[in-house]
Design a protein around this ligand. Structure first.
Ligand code: ZN
Ligand code: ZN
Length: 507
């Protein structure tokens, strides 16, 4: 749902050199306990970071390209053992440099950069030595053209000896979760938390459906089945949607409304100097999502930020109707909150106030998606949408996507959930359409852990806020919490939590 260039970096690396960034969650604690460390001045640390980046662009031209740094772009990385060995040497060399740096004298911004660099290197080593995806995942190889055709062809040659399940299994899942998400929770704990969140959402949705029943369904008898009852109210409400040609004007009108709400309710700072430009998604970027934020790379700070919206060109009337019902009058507002204000776009504006190439490159996906998902809840809690039962019901349906993505991903990869079970789960527990469930089943087969990032980040941000509320009592100010949280850049939530609970401010 969001496009920064490091996402592109990850995609590029997966398809070519089998490297994905990031790593372990205990970086800060380790920094403090390491014995033989040396203090480094701010300017020396800045030089060290620059040297690291120069070395990284050389070592990993794909990553440089994805970061829109084209100096070494002419070189090609071969996905072979020699390249991987060389990468491991690079990792060990730089870890040796970075492990002796004491973070105590560094600014918080530099401390988080230091931890992110180490985590990137350690995570990459885990990918290369433990996950070893290049040995078993066909998407690791460059395929020009039709991927399905490639898979079909590959499948013909598989024997019980060479075939390997797309399910990565418990051990790899926990390792990858630790490397990518960098949460203080394990994958299994996060899965359990998601199950509890799903039950809570269902309980709240039932109350809302009861409240809305006669208003939406008139005299129709209420079914006993909770899920059926909720689904009927959702279906009825979904009839309230814009016309296809109103999509762009509706989104353009929505953004200033959100800005005004945030200012009037003093929720966080907004920088309105550079407007967000709503445009049609460029054709080569059109995929499954209706909207995304496209931010300029850190080396091109003067480029515009775009809110890409995919127009309905060439789609059947039936497909358009289904999308419009999905992005009905309420969900369209939540989409704008998530993608733009105060979601991804606002988070990015804050991150850019203390620009860090390191954080832009190795920014934590669970923090970024978690913030966008958190911002939806926070807006509704502030009374946005008039606290109406319709808005809250649609919110919970939308939020269940994030919650159920986590449950689905873990269930499929670790608990061996079948295709039939998975689709039944999405349709009957997350109120998704058959088409959505089909698409999600595709996605869960060729990705792992990423689907868990939304709920992981969201639930940890919410926990952190509640913990700080308890700690600060009457002194807790929501705006101050948001400003401080966003001020650390796209660092992992667990790292921000440690810093905030210790009272380490950014400025
Ligand atoms: Zn998103
Ligand atoms: Zn309709």
């Amino acid at each position: 749902m969001q496009k920064h260039f490091y996402r592109a970096a990850i995609a590029t690396l997966i398809s070519t050199s089998a490297i994905t960034p990031v790593a372990h969650a205990d970086g800060i604690a380790r920094t403090r306990s390491t014995a033989a460390t040396a203090s480094v001045s701010a300017s020396a640390f800045t030089r060290l970071k620059q040297e690291f980046l120069v070395a990284l662009w050389k070592q990993d031209p794909d990553m440089a390209m994805a970061a829109r740094k084209y100096t070494d772009a002419a070189k090609l990385t071969l996905p072979d053992q020699a390249t991987r060995d060389q990468y491991l040497k690079f990792i060990d060399r730089w870890l040796t440099h970075l492990l002796i740096v004491s973070s105590e004298t560094l600014s918080v911004n530099d401390q988080t950069d230091l931890v992110l660099m180490r985590q990137y290197l350690e995570g990459t080593r885990w990918y290369l030595t433990q996950f070893r995806e290049f040995e078993w995942n066909p998407t690791q190889h460059n395929i020009a053209g039709d991927y399905d055709a490639f898979l079909t062809e590959t499948a013909k040659h598989l024997t019980p000896d060479t075939a390997r399940s797309f399910r990565i299994g418990k051990e790899r899942y926990e390792g990858k979760f630790k490397a990518d998400i960098q949460s203080p929770f394990t994958a299994e704990q996060t899965y359990q938390r998601a199950l509890a969140a799903k039950d809570e959402a269902h309980r709240n949705m039932e109350k809302l459906a009861d409240q809305l029943w006669s208003k939406t369904m008139g005299d129709q008898p209420k079914p006993d089945d909770r899920v059926q009852k909720i689904a009927m109210v959702i279906a009825k409400l979904s009839e309230q949607h814009i016309k296809g040609e109103e999509l762009f004007p509706a989104i353009r009108q929505q953004l200033p409304v959100l800005e005004k709400w945030i200012k009037d309710h003093d929720l966080l700072e907004l920088d309105s100097k550079k407007p967000l430009i709503v445009r049609e998604t460029p054709e080569y970027e059109r995929g499954v999502t209706i909207a995304s934020i496209e931010a300029p790379g850190i080396f091109r700070p003067h480029d515009n930020t775009y809110f890409n919206v995919t127009p309905f060109d060439g789609q059947s009337a039936e497909k358009i109707e289904s999308t419009l019902r999905e992005y009905n009058r309420w969900v369209l507002q939540i989409l704008c909150i998530h993608e733009a204000i105060p979601g991804h776009y606002t988070q990015l504006q804050h991150a850019n106030q203390s620009p860090s190439v390191i954080k832009t490159l190795f920014g934590n996906g669970a923090m970024i998606e978690g913030w966008a998902v958190y911002s939806e809840r926070m807006m509704l809690e502030s009374g946005y949408g008039e606290n109406s039962p319709e808005m809250w019901l649609m919110y919970y349906k939308w939020n269940l996507r994030a919650v159920c993505n986590t449950i689905l991903d873990y269930s499929v990869h670790v608990l061996r959930m079948t295709e039939v079970q998975a689709k039944d789960f999405l349709i009957n527990h997350a109120f998704q359409t058959q088409a959505e469930a089909d698409g999600k089943w595709q996605r869960v087969q060729y990705s792992s852990v990423q689907l868990a990032s939304y709920f992981s980040g969201f639930s940890e941000i919410l926990d952190l806020r509640e913990e700080l509320k308890k700690q600060q009592g009457d002194k807790f100010k929501l705006k101050q919490f948001h400003e401080q949280f966003l001020g650390y850049g796209s660092a992992p939530v667990g790292m921000i939590k440690t810093l905030m609970l210790n009272g380490s401010g950014v400025k």
